[in-house]
Design a protein around this ligand. Sequence first.
Ligand SMILES: Nc1ncnc2c1ncn2[C@@H]1O[C@H](COP(=O)(O)OP(=O)(O)O)[C@@H](O)[C@H]1O
Ligand SMILES: CC(=O)N[C@@H](CCC(=O)OP(=O)(O)O)C(=O)O
Length: 324
Amino acid sequence: MSETEETKETKATKAAGARKHTALPKAQILIEALPWLTRHNGKTVVIKFGGNAMIDDDLKAAFAQDVVFLHHAGLKPVVVHGGGPQISKALDRHGIVSEFKAGLRVTTEDAMDVVRMVLAGQVQRELVGLLNQHGPLAVGITGEDAHTITATKHQPRIEGELVDIGRVGEITEIDTGAIEALLADGRIPVVSSIARSQDDSHVYNVNADTAAAALAAALDAETLMVLTDVEGLYEDWPHSDEVISRLTATELEKLLPELASGMVPKMEGCLHAVRNGVHTARVIDGRVQHSILLEIFTDEGIGTMVMADKEGDTKGDTEGENNS
Ligand SMILES: Nc1ncnc2c1ncn2[C@@H]1O[C@H](COP(=O)(O)OP(=O)(O)O)[C@@H](O)[C@H]1O
Ligand SMILES: CC(=O)N[C@@H](CCC(=O)OP(=O)(O)O)C(=O)O
């Protein structure tokens, strides 16, 4: 062997060694995902994408990639989106002042037109477009379509008094037919949180966390995943940023009266979901790119996970659950 041939061979051996070393961590990440891929295969996951988590175009694009990844990995993702800040901006442009009572938007008839326009005509369209950049997958619907979400007028009690907050709906019925047909057809449903009235004479504005939780329960989903603009449920918000990584339904129920603002419908929704057969409900940081993949396919788990009180209350075991 000539000297140059020998040098070439040494170089090639070294390069192969270096490739092996750089490839290993990537392979390990894929291998770490294997038990989670097996476990979640064929399962329905309802993902609520909050308006406050839709901070920039990169995050929205990463969200779409994650959802499409879940789809191709054999899960059945259903997206329910919010759009609170986007609605407030549009109302402002229409000269309508945004007012919230009991964490819900006071929705006059004029405001309802704007809510519907922004959710179904703007936010939903954008998400559907981003998902469909990866193939003909996403189909947008609102709760009005095919009787998906039926509601009655919601009147919250504030200091013992029933308060009129306009066209805000309380969900009375979910018909999962349209969503299930889309899933069976290999599509990704993207649902706006607008409900029909029983007689279809008008529509209601429904909080998107509440809608996502009700859909997760009705669809018998394995997981409800709520993406928001904080790391999870903070133990002593706003004084500390210590995230509660996991808690049971009963522990959450005790905490509910102490919670404030946007966390109330989220945690009420998580409680409703796990009490109605959803295996786990999670609140995760939508500001972290690919937080969905990290939560579903890695051992660590991020954010807050709510689970039913005992194994018998859930649809599966809780052993090996990430977030532990
Ligand atoms: N205990 C808590 N832990 C975390 N966030 C809380 C808590 N209590 C109230 N919040 C508030 O809830 C907000 C999230 O809800 P919201 O603004 O409705 O977001 P989204 O648009 O994602 O639904 C947080 O930004 C925070 O201000
Ligand atoms: C009744 C009610 O309050 N509806 C919400 C619906 C949108 C929503 O929930 O959006 P986020 O998830 O981004 O907060 C609203 O009008 O803001």
